[in-house]
Design a protein around this ligand. Structure first.
Ligand SMILES: [Zn+2]
Length: 273
């Protein structure tokens, strides 16, 4: 599932093609289950800039017009020189970019993605559902402490995944962040110390920036997340507990896998208390 580093990689990849003028639009009937708002047609409009908040990608089209895109489980934006013939390509845009004629496509095999094509009010409404982006300066020890205080009896890991509180963290990032700050995923928020909170902020910035550096995470060579040109992310070797046999922090303890709030969760019983 695309998390902050993967969405950021897509944003950077698309930026190389801006401005992107949309000349023609083709869509599948299935797009209807993804496209939640449609206040105008994209035809004739130009994507002039891109923004990201947490895992949400925002396309700016001028005059307050935007596309707000959530990738869901498997959604992504792809750029190609030829028409994208993938089965799950639900939105094909014929464009003229800074690099010539290209096709921009929204591909989503699982169709859990959500898209809003709307004016400022829609953008505002959608972004209001998203909490503090963990790559911004706004995300600091105080913000995290306030959140932990507000939910004393909740377990830390499921809480980290809630986008309206902190934006950008998904399943693999949460596991990795907790490993690097030595906190067990099952810990109740009220038991987390001031020192651990401070370390959690540091670990979040570290893991997120390292994953962005590697263009995100792709699990297997054949499936999963790809950047706009179809390249896999290379953060896999940077993982210390997520889908690992042995913890890479201590090097000798088998990683434990548990299910927490329906999500596969990995931790080291020695490094994480
Ligand atoms: Zn360990």
């Amino acid at each position: 599932m695309p998390e902050l580093p993967e969405v950021e990689t897509v944003r950077k990849g698309l930026s190389d093609f801006l401005p992107l003028k949309i000349n023609k639009v083709e869509r599948t009937p299935e797009l209807a289950s993804i496209l939640k708002t449609e206040e105008f047609s994209l035809k004739g409009l130009t994507i002039s800039s891109l923004e990201r908040k947490g895992k949400v990608l925002i396309f700016h089209l001028g005059d307050g017009k935007t596309v707000v895109s959530r990738f869901g489980m498997a959604g992504s934006w792809e750029v190609s020189e030829e028409k994208n013939k993938k089965k799950h390509n639900h939105l094909q845009l014929y464009c003229t970019s800074s690099q010539g004629k290209v096709f921009l496509s929204y591909v989503d095999a699982r169709r859990f993605g959500k898209m809003h094509i709307g004016y400022q009010e829609v953008t505002k409404r959608e972004l209001a559902k998203v909490g503090v982006d963990v790559t911004t300066e706004e995300f600091n020890e105080k913000i995290l402490r306030d959140i932990l205080k507000k939910y004393p009896d909740r377990q830390i890991k499921p809480l980290l995944l809630e986008q309206e509180k902190l934006a950008g963290i998904g399943n693999y990032l949460a596991c990795e962040i907790l490993a690097h700050c030595n906190v067990r995923p099952t810990r109740r928020c009220k038991t987390i110390t001031k020192e651990e909170t401070k370390k959690m902020v540091w670990a979040t910035k570290k893991v997120v920036s390292e994953s962005i550096e590697k263009n995100g995470l792709t699990f297997t060579k054949t499936t999963g997340y790809r950047d706009v040109l179809g390249n896999a992310g290379e953060f896999f070797d940077g993982l210390v507990v997520f889908r690992q046999k042995l913890c890479k922090l201590c090097g000798d303890v088998p990683v434990k896998k548990i299910v927490l709030a329906t999500r596969g969760t990995f931790y080291c019983p020695k490094c994480q208390k």
